[in-house]
Design a binder for this molecule. Sequence first.
Ligand code: CA
Length: 230
Amino acid sequence: MSPPEQPRVLVVEDEPAQREVLAYNLEAEGFHVDKAENGEEALLLVEENAPDVIVLDWMLPNVSGIEICRRLKMQADTRGVPIIMLSARSEEVDRVRGLETGADDYVVKPYSVAELMARIRAQLRRTRPASVGEKLTFGDIVLDAETHKVHRNEQLLKLGPTEFRLLTTFMEKPGRVWSREQLLDRVWGRDIYVDTRTVDVHIGRLRKALCQHGGDDPLRTVRGAGYALG
Ligand code: CA
């Protein structure tokens, strides 16, 4: 199983060769890749695996990429997932139409893999900054995803690997309330069975770790809902 903090990319492409080449390159770059060959499959995988980025071919059998994009951008729970449209049509009018449907970026085929990677990273920098090695800051807490170090008020904090992943999740979206189930999916991964009480145990450890050199507890328990940072 891949570590859950690895960014998840969903590749939707009906041409088997193009799909495999892209998946291969993404995996080599350290991404976890899900593959769909049509729109229906894509919608199912979005629901099941909550990807961090979707690379979506425009020309698909039955339901077009544009239609898939439109549907995902209409749903509250999938609206925030960046979509990069792939198209063989380079006309400006198509590009505009693609972006109007809500796509976050638009890449014309044939594309260079390096360019597509850069576009994917640009989207992740916005939505999953720690996954591309960006430093995260919340108040006096600084998390460096590259060195796996956390400082508070310039003092190094001792943190277990699970607490580190929890804190990363919170710091990527300060203020957002995470349910225990959502934290389980994000931090432990969907393929593992862990009791939701385990989340509470690690939240307790994280709280302790964050206050090991003093300072207020920045984590908030939201009754009946879960936990939030700030
Ligand atoms: Ca196609």
